[in-house]
Design a protein around this ligand. Structure first.
Ligand SMILES: O=P(O)(O)OC[C@H]1O[C@H](O)[C@H](O)[C@@H](O)[C@@H]1O
Length: 613
């Protein structure tokens, strides 16, 4: 959010870019880009700035202006091809909307065109108007933020256009994190036009540069699957009413009902205040700590300058803080091995006390201790469980389905809590924790191995920055009470967590066009595979089905376990295996392979390779 204060030179580029994305690496064909630069007036910090700024631009902001740009394809005058209702419904990705926003990747046609985006925004406006009534003095208002993707400006313009045409006021936050967008719906501060009645984050999390999407919030939290379906159905109808002019890809012009606000300054000052309070109202509770941040060129670069430094921490050696929607260094994803290796190396090279890494839109995070030990996946869950169980003894920790057996033992035997292993999907775990509380079972933490984690004390919002604040609280209070410095206090908290000798995730694709599906859905087909596997397991005395399980089939045996389930989004059966050795993992893999081979629409090549290697 350094990006939104101080003197700003905004570069406006109208570009025609040819881009290639190989393994997420950047191959930016400069020779194909015709760049025009203009200087725009400075952004006015926390004050309102009327948006007279031309849209469909490339912008780079202070500290971030090292040649890093947002790049949008120049608007074309060609009419957009017709879009059917089913095309809209295909944009649903659980409780998010996701699509292709940038042309140029083979086989990936643009689905999030400007007219489609405008229709989605208008549909959200209609959805919101049915639920919220603005007072008589103002219109309903919606905040919009975006991550570092190169299609961000184009989509922000189309969203703003759709909302304002529907009679709503729009407040643009620029580069922002997903959790901050939800926070804008619960912040009371009229100077910043808060609370917003609704909020839209433009992001596709860690997906490749050509994708983008939307997450929606009200003060009741993130919209769920049924709401997203409703919005997409409405969007399809609205799209059907568009005129030829609406459907042409003309530039969506900014309107007078659009304002810009530096909301991230409020959000970050709240994070700073939370750490100060936890440390006993000390101004610089992290003085003496060296903490490096890796934002992976997503939206999380603010954490170093706007959170850690005001708290007194040294942040030198932090990396990839600049927003760059081509993600030239690594995928911003705390589950990704390359990304974790990058932050681990930064911790070691800088002899730092702690490393912190975020995904693109900062709803996920992970850490690395001073010895270079990764605190992500099961370890991050164990760490957060230890912190939460100190505060709420005996509470239930809700996690996703791919968590280790060792984690259950750790939560239940060492920490005295209850582990409720539920389904994959951050919204699923959060909703389950809320449900448990509603039926009288106390739960304060819902967390996934993906790095999504939500606390009851933080409105059940999955906020990667807030998770890291909980770790910072631990560091700061340990230092304040003379219990030591460095990250040992965190490392000690996960002491005793049993970890598998070997862990792997293999993803078995289902060919939706295969004759074996007999015209049925890939979901039914996948369920049939799982059922068949269950029957096989029932007749094998070396194997035992998990007595309580909420998705797919989880099986123990050969000193380990496996889980075969349907992906939340794709025609894929993800298979997770953990065992004490690769040999044992292979024995478990063979059990699945023997069943899967009989289903000809399943691509077993990844599993074949695994068992043969
Ligand atoms: O079911 P899968 O394809 O493995 O995907 C599951 C994952 O999808 C998305 O990334 C969600 O944000 C995660 O919360 C979820 O765990």
């Amino acid at each position: 959010m350094a990006a939104m204060s101080g003197k700003i030179v905004q570069h406006v580029l109208v570009a025609q870019c040819c881009q290639k994305n190989k393994h997420f690496g950047t191959h930016y064909r400069q020779d194909c880009c015709n760049l025009l630069r203009y200087n725009l007036p400075p952004f006015r910090g926390s004050n309102l700035a009327w948006s007279g700024i031309p849209t469909t631009q490339l912008r780079s902001l202070p500290k971030l202006n090292r040649g890093i740009v947002y790049c949008n394809a120049a608007p074309s005058t060609a009419a957009t091809p017709s879009v059917q209702k089913s095309d809209f419904l295909r944009l649903q990705n659980g409780s998010d909307i996701r699509g292709v926003a940038i042309a140029g990747v083979e086989g990936e046609d643009v689905t999030l065109t400007e007219p489609v985006t405008e229709a989605i925004a208008a549909a959200f406006a209609a959805w919101l108007q049915e639920r919220k009534k603005a007072d008589t003095t103002r219109h309903l208002r919606v905040s919009i933020g975006h991550d570092s993707r190169i299609s961000a400006q184009k989509l922000q313009d189309a969203v703003s256009y759709g909302l304002t045409r529907a009679g709503l006021d729009v407040i643009q936050y620029g580069l922002a994190s997903t959790p901050a967008m939800f926070n804008s719906t619960i912040t009371e501060n009229e100077d910043f036009l808060c609370p917003a009645d609704g909020s839209i984050m433009i992001t596709a999390s860690h997906l490749p540069y050509n994708r983008n999407g939307f997450k929606f919030f009200t003060n009741a939290g993130g919209l769920g699957k049924p709401d997203i379906k409703d919005i997409l159905e409405r969007a399809a109808s609205i799209y059907g009413t568009f005129t030829d002019e609406d459907l042409s890809n003309v530039e969506r012009k900014a309107s007078q009902s659009i304002k810009q606000v530096d909301y991230m300054s409020i959000y970050t000052s709240n994070l700073v205040a939370a750490v100060r309070k936890a440390a006993g109202d000390i101004e610089k509770p992290l003085e003496g700590f060296h903490i490096v941040v890796d934002a992976g060129n997503g939206a999380g670069g603010f954490f170093a300058g706007k959170v850690l430094e005001p708290l007194g921490a040294i942040t030198s050696g932090s990396q990839f803080l600049e927003a760059d929607g081509m993600f030239p260094n690594h995928i911003p994803n705390p589950e990704d091995k390359v990304a974790m290796k990058a932050i681990t190396q930064a911790v070691i090279d800088n002899k730092a006390d702690l490393g912190i890494i975020f995904d693109t839109d900062v709803d996920r995070s992970a850490a690395v201790d001073s010895s270079g030990r990764e605190l992500n996946r099961n370890r991050l869950i164990a760490l957060m469980s230890a912190i939460v169980l100190e505060e709420h003894p005996g509470t239930t920790i809700v996690t996703d389905s791919v968590t280790s057996d060792g984690l259950t033992t750790f939560i239940e035997k060492k920490l005295g809590g209850k582990h409720h292993r539920f389904k994959r999907g951050y919204k699923n775990v959060i909703d389950e924790a809320i449900r448990l509380n509603s039926i009288g079972e106390e739960s304060h933490l819902a967390i996934e191995t993906s790095g999504h984690g939500a606390l009851k004390e933080n409105h059940w919002l999955d906020d990667g920055a807030y998770l890291m604040v909980k770790l910072l609280n631990k560091l700061a209070s340990a230092k304040a009470s003379g219990k030591g410095s460095g990250s040992k206090v965190l490392t000690d908290l996960v002491e005793g967590l049993e970890e598998p000798g070997f862990a792997v995730e293999l993803r078995l694709k289902i060919d939706q066009n295969h004759g074996d599906l007999k015209g049925g859905s890939f979901r039914d087909y996948g369920e049939a595979v799982i059922k068949h596997l269950e029957n096989t397991v029932d007749s094998d005395h070396n194997l035992q089905k998990a007595p309580v399980n909420y998705e797919g089939v989880r099986v123990s045996g050969h000193g380990g376990w496996f889980l075969l389930r349907l992906s939340l989004h794709d025609p894929v059966l993800p298979l997770n295996i953990e065992a004490s050795s690769k040999e044992d993992a292979v024995k478990l893999g063979l059990v699945v392979l023997n069943v899967a081979q009989a289903f000809h629409a399943i691509d077993t090549s990844a599993l074949d390779k695994f068992v043969q290697a």
